[in-house]
Design a protein around this ligand. Sequence first.
Ligand SMILES: [Fe+2]
Length: 583
Amino acid sequence: MSNKAYLGIFGPGPNSSAAICSENEIIAWAEEERFNRIKTAPNSYPSQAIAYCLEEARKNNLEVVAVGYGWNCETYAELATKNLNETIEKFPSESDHISLKVQQSLNSLYDPEMIKNDLALILRKNGVELSEMEFNFYSHHLCHAATAHYCSGYKDSVVIINDGVGEVASSTLYYADESGDFEELATVELPNTLGGLYASVTEFLGFRAYMDEGKTMGLAAYGKPNAEIEEIFEDIARDIENEFGYIVNPRYRYSGKRTFGKKFTDKLVERLGPPRKRENSAMEAPYPDIAYTAQKQLERLLMSQLEYAAGLNLSKNATFAGGVHMNCKANGVLGESDLFDNYFFQPAASDNGAPLGAAMLACKDETGSKPAIPPLNHLYYGPSFSEEQIESVLKKCKLDYKKSENIASEVAQLIADNAIVGWFQGRMEIGARALGGRSILANPLNPDARDHVNKHVKNREAWRPFCPSLQSEFFKDYFDTELDSSRYMITACSIKKEYLDVLPSCIHIDGTVRPQTVEKGANPLYWEMLNEFEKITGHPIVVNTSFNVQGEPIVMRPEEAIRCFYGSGMDVLAIGPFLVKKT
Ligand SMILES: [Fe+2]
């Protein structure tokens, strides 16, 4: 077997991250924010994530032979400037074009020589000489597409990518064949962008663009159809009949005066009224109805793309990636459709997926064939800590702790007794969702659990829902869904009516849930804990939210877990085989 490894890099930029794979395995994959503790690490190279990936490669006796970068810096400046100038010519504005200033700074940020030189320095510090290996800039959407198709396990697939923008493309449709080659079938360019539009609405609603889109999605469930707002949104964006593309009116978010926000113009305020001020509740009218309308519009436009893709009759399989596909509500709508037989939503769909795609493409270019990666069945590709390492931190912090003989059954009993448990076990997950590596767990049967965790642990809005983890064997018992599994909390589905009152703390106001189905082979300890919980309560299901407080990245090291545990209202910390309880 070959000992070659392929490194993928994305950053600086939100979701700065790195990944490394061999010809037949993902070795390591992590976001820089977990290392430098700055949410999304927007202005950093993924230098610590790169160091971690290279260390994991060494442990596996692999040597890096090629490096891929998840953005095509070589064509970017020219294409993006041309695209922007054309838009400005078409939609002139009397006011300053903030977009132009942003574009100028991005052009310099993504200068190919500068990126290459900076990466060479970072790699040299880790004993790797970039000049001695193949290095390529890859198209951003092609990187997303590589993760979607290669991780799906499908022989071929229609690949749909939607994000804010990759170079100048915001949506791309590919056909990926059995040999792993991608044919670009259609593309949508700025100023039309579904991710950008949803980000504009997110900012209008008083949340952070390109960070809090999940809040807009959550708020949408509290809204209702509103004819007046629908009419405005029809003017903002619409599909194009018999095409993959769509139109987003640039006057609302791209071209024009901006008194209230960076991502939307005054024209949007003229039509929708004042944007929400942070001190006002998002639940005040008309904000829930605006979120509802934006969400429905997104789902409609994505379904229109899917119908176009299905009409090409190229494959029975559809795969998806790009930040828009972090919207589990929209994914649920797509995944329940009978237009395709099989659906795969790559769970690290944001730009944290780009480095894995770049690594896989580098592998394909070097070997001449697609990487033989098995279908993705977990996301535990981050650092782990040994029992000795964890115990030494507990001792250093002078904590009272005990070693459990059976951490799974003890934690199950504690959760059943309504304790809120910090669960720090094994390798950290890549991606925004905690999946039983770095999680906070609570009792879903307790009607107060959601409010308690929201108020005392996460410090977030009371209306935001939590998600459950359940043993995969029981998925169809609890949910009305066409989906076979939901491993990554990336698709929403409806819970059966008989459980609406049984599991109040993990069901959203509209009756949907964003579950994680846990397979024994993917996470045996977590599965075992759910098994023990079922023995006590009759339900193999717990509330699972990410191990962090609002505004901070998910914890990675034991020190951060301890800090978060004592800085919040958690009752118990289950860290490796050790239990720490507050007295
Ligand atoms: Fe992207």
